[in-house]
Ligand binder design. Structure first.
Ligand SMILES: Nc1nc2c(ncn2[C@@H]2O[C@H](COP(=O)(O)OP(=O)(O)OP(=O)(O)O)[C@@H](O)[C@H]2O)c(=O)[nH]1
Length: 368
């Protein structure tokens, strides 16, 4: 049986990416305001180099926003923002910012980093920043390093930052765990809502949805499709004579057999009780009849054994092609009429009967 790719995971991942992107856009706008504002303050107290540096970073953030607005590449937006913020914090630690308070901005980094990247990348980038801060703190005489911090500040800075980083890591790890558990739960529910418990096939609801989709495809592109409505013959008798468990086992075995016979692109569903429906995309009526006949013959020649007893299992089926019906409802109705005819004609057969056969080619065994 072919299943549609589960869309829920993809949709959830996409909406998370979208959320992250929106947040980044908001943060970028805020960062520009802050950088321009603090830069202006520095300018007025004659810290022109510092002001220039902050405005330069504001311009980088703005460019990152513009690039994203142009190409919509979320990954690029993320990497760009992390790089700019990383550089800015590097600058603030090296120069001390205003009155050596620059490193305080570093506390913004861990939550942002863990939110934007995965835990591994976040930890790696943070460790690199720690290393940079340690080098700056340890070697204030290095070129470009203009700030000097007290030992007390350095110890407290590292201690509080480590605490914050661990806290952010744990929070993000639990958020991801909860998110994954929710996703798995949603997927399990989604799967259960589309699947028949006993056979594992699509259920009627899922098949109705797929029929609708296939019909739209047919309307759009003219691709024909057919259906086979299959019913196990005298199934009540199997239940009555061999027990309900035997009946269940027959339904399961038949489902397996049907899946082995149909193509990858065909979709089999339990339509209800002992009725099954196969959706056959890109299949003419004649091809559908041939497949149904192969399945009928396979079932008739298969030994269904339960508790050491051989069960009498045969099927009847009604086939219809969309070429013979104007709607899905009409298609199902026609298939049902053919199934009824097959039963009336003695069961263990397929309807409608095919009259035209090529010379020398066997026609499907069908009802009148
Ligand atoms: N074991 C089992 N039986 C089921 C299940 N669903 C439906 N049935 C039984 O399937 C039987 C269907 O019987 P009928 O509708 O009378 O049809 P039939 O005996 O197959 O006769 P024809 O369709 O005329 O060949 C009923 O006895 C239902 O109880 C199921 O999940 N498990």
């Amino acid at each position: 049986m072919t299943r549609l790719p589960d869309p829920s995971q993809k949709t959830a991942d996409e909406s998370e990416e979208e959320r992250v992107s929106r947040l980044l856009t908001g943060l970028s706008a805020m960062a520009i305001l802050f950088l321009v504002g603090i830069g202006a303050k520095a300018w007025f107290v004659a810290h022109t180099t510092h002001a220039g540096a902050l405005w330069f970073f504001a311009a980088l953030v703005a460019i990152n926003m513009l690039v994203f607005a142009r190409n919509g590449n979320r990954q690029q937006q993320k990497v760009g923002m992390i790089a700019i913020v990383g550089l800015l914090f590097g600058y603030l630690i090296i120069t001390g910012g205003e009155s050596n308070t620059g490193p305080l901005w570093f506390y913004v980094f861990p939550p942002l980093l863990f939110y934007l990247t995965d835990l591994k990348t976040g930890t790696a980038v943070l460790l690199f920043c720690y290393l940079l801060a340690a080098v700056v703190f340890q070697f204030p005489e290095l070129p470009l390093v203009t700030a000097e911090y007290t030992t007390d500040f350095k110890i407290r800075f590292f201690a509080t930052l480590t605490f914050e980083s661990i806290f952010c890591f744990v929070l993000e790890a639990s958020r991801l765990k909860a998110r994954n558990e929710l996703m798995n739960l949603a997927q399990a529910h989604e799967h259960a809502a589309r699947t028949d418990d006993l056979t594992g096939l699509s259920n009627r609801r899922d098949m109705q949805h797929r029929l609708g989709e296939e019909y739209s495809r047919y309307q759009r592109s003219g691709h024909h499709f057919s259906i086979a409505l299959i019913d196990l013959d005298l199934f009540k008798r199997i239940n009555d004579e061999y027990g309900h468990d035997a009946g269940d086992e027959v339904l399961r075995r038949f489902s397996e057999l049907m899946q082995a016979v149909i193509r990858q692109t065909d979709i089999a569903a339990r339509w209800g009780g002992e009725e099954f429906l196969i959706l056959l995309p890109d299949t003419s009526l004649l091809q559908a009849l041939t497949l149904a006949e192969r399945l009928r013959s396979e079932v008739a020649n298969t030994e269904f054994i339960f508790a050491g007893q051989r069960l009498p299992v045969t099927i009847s089926a009604g086939i219809c092609s969309i070429a013979k019906a104007g709607s899905v409802d009409e298609l199902l109705k026609q298939a049902d009429i053919h199934l009824y005819n097959a039963k009336e004609d003695g069961r263990d057969r397929i309807a409608p009967r095919v009259r035209t056969t090529t010379k020398g080619q066997a026609s499907p065994r069908t009802s009148a």
